[in-house]
Design a protein around this ligand. Sequence first.
Ligand code: UDP
Length: 415
Amino acid sequence: MQTVDVGELSVSAYHTVAPGWILDALAAVADRLRGARVLHLSATPYGGGVSELLRSTVPLYRDLGVHATWKIISGEPAFFAATKKIHNGLQGAPEPLTPAERVVYEETTRRNAADLAAERGFRDWDFVFVHDPQPAAIRSMLDVSAAQWVWRCHIDTSQPEPETWDYLGAFADDYDATVFTLADFVPPSLPAPRVDVIPPAIDPLSPKNLSLDDRTAHAVLNWIGIDPARPLITQVSRFDPWKDPLGVIDAYRLVRDEIPGLQLALVGSMALDDPEAWDVYRMISDATRRDSGVHVFTNLTGVGNVEVNAFQRTSEVMVQKSIREGFGLVVSEALWKNTPVVAGRAGGIPLQVADNAGGVLVGSVEECARELAMLLADHARAAALAAAGHQRVRRHFLLPRLVLDEMALLDGLAH
Ligand code: UDP
């Protein structure tokens, strides 16, 4: 089992950006957990929201005196094909695992469980956070010591396919606590003794969110073939059908005649645990081959955190046309940079785009096109929405609040 190297963060650096009461409360709860050993287990060290979160939360735990470690499970492509199917089933796709896929899922998990149990110090963990469905079954396969186990579900389980939830939910039963992003995501049948609702957050000090002056941002985009002098709309997300990239292309085509020179960028990452991404990438390439206004980028062609930062700053509007969405960190990332969003009315997105702050929620391609055209034409309204969205992110969706909520949960389990 691989341990992921992370950098260092200092909580004192957040005093300039995060609300003071959150930092005070965080210091108090961290004090009670000082010296605790916390293991985070997930499926991939890059690509997607969970790795984005852990890369920042783990160093912050450490700075606060808690021994946090992040480990990655391993598996063959057949395992990740099965776990993506579970992910899709939990988001409502009508395709439960076949018996053979269940065997692959459980056998691979058993191997990961044995690897973890064989590690020195395995019995010393005080808390184990298991992220998402990929490693979820591991708890049921370990004869564990005194650790408290938390299953952290990041995906939109508001309307799960019943057979998939019955299967996965049985593994969730073994945990001391479960955490979901929204109360609406908590399946009614969940018997875990403690269910918490904790939304994720962005790290304002990561390279993706650090401030970047316009000149640098424009130079970064110029370098990869975007003309920063022309209007730009962008969607940043894994290449996943639930993010509806083809719907974004359709909306762009409806709106481009009204906005001369409009460019669309689709920036997507290929996560280790997401075998569907290549199929979606091919569909997008086929759909846009003859369209010089559409640019498609991936993390494999050098578009990383700084480029995403530049896209989120330079675009007139960010699009996130999700059909299902756990949270959608990209929404808060855009708002933090004072860029408004046009986003799907799905999952965790309305939590971020609410109270007339941040942008506009949409439910169809036509609505998306209409709202894009209006925001692209009305700069004053776009700026006002974005400024309100920035404040909302500052209050609710910055890293110290997330670590505070997580530590409060651990404190509650321990005392
Ligand atoms: N991301 C990225 N490059 C990409 C696509 C996505 O860095 O090409 C990042 C994005 O900035 C965000 C995370 O991956 O931090 C995606 O998280 P989100 O919650 O939006 O969606 P998820 O992938 O977890 O469904």
